[in-house]
Design a protein around this ligand. Structure first.
Ligand code: SAM
Length: 241
């Protein structure tokens, strides 16, 4: 173990930024978010979960950035949410902490990361999140458990939208939302994915700029054709076009 100082409490600037998005943390939330960053940083010494390890930057680029989705999830109809390719738990764990009214599924293909997530949700007492160690292509064809099951599907830093849409849209119910946290390339990716979004019966509702990036908001208009998602690896190897 290296001797590193603890992650400091939530910076004032982050509290202000969250308030600007209408997010008032409940007692205990900020400490659980801090505990999560501690767990993430400690696990990062064993295997790679994040390139960002500076505490102040972790608060902004992991916590604040993840929570930019809160305004889009805060509706009475949104209960079941899945985070596809959650890695070390982003954006899913911060969202589960500050939104106890949602039920979060953390979907991650890599076993080692899924094991970290299991440990972390248990250690932090996050009772509204579950971990599923599976590929999105497999979950998306699982008609009993996952396909068309979720009110909202979220993802950050997993793939370009032409690939990511095939991994995520099949998991949403008809009328459900699909939300991606993207950077400056959001608009170009949406343009490139035009045909994929059409084939998946999904349209763009909003490209919303935030202090840390861009939230791409999609709505699923109709049932996904049965052939999507294709077999594991296909959406990335040969994006829909
Ligand atoms: N979302 C996290 C974040 O923003 O820090 C992690 C991003 S990491 C670059 C991408 C993650 O997506 C990896 O942990 C990878 O294992 C996972 N992933 C990639 N393709 C996937 C798939 N088809 N199904 C499930 N997980 C996938």
């Amino acid at each position: 173990m290296t001797d590193v100082p603890p992650i400091p409490p939530i910076p004032e600037a982050v509290t202000v930024a969250l308030a600007g998005m209408g997010i008032e943390l409940e007692p205990g939330d900020a400490e659980r978010l801090r505990g999560y960053l501690e767990a993430l940083r400690a696990a990062n010494e064993r295997f790679n979960l994040t390139a960002i390890t500076d505490p102040a930057e972790m608060w902004v680029r992991h916590i604040q950035d993840s929570l930019t989705l809160v305004p889009f999830l805060a509706s009475a109809e949104t209960k079941l949410v899945i985070d596809v390719g959650t890695g070390g738990g982003l954006p899913g764990i911060p969202l589960a902490i500050v939104m106890p009214e949602i039920r979060m599924t953390l979907l991650e293909a890599t076993g080692k990361k899924a094991a970290f997530l299991e440990e972390t949700v248990t250690a932090l007492g996050i009772t509204n999140a579950r971990v599923v160690n599976e590929r999105a292509e497999t979950a998306g064809q699982d008609h009993h458990e996952h396909r068309a099951h979720y009110d909202a599907v979220v993802a950050r830093a997993v793939a370009k939208i032409n690939t990511l849409s095939e991994l995520t849209v099949p998991l949403a119910r008809d009328g459900g939302s699909i939300l991606y946290i993207k950077g400056a390339q959001a608009e170009a990716e949406v343009a490139e994915a035009k045909q994929a979004l059409y084939m998946l019966h999904t349209h763009v509702v909003d490209l919303h700029k935030t202090a840390t990036g861009t939230v791409v908001v999609l709505e699923k208009t109709r049932t996904t054709p049965r052939s999507y998602p294709r077999l594991p690896g296909e959406p990335k190897r040969k994006p829909l076009h």
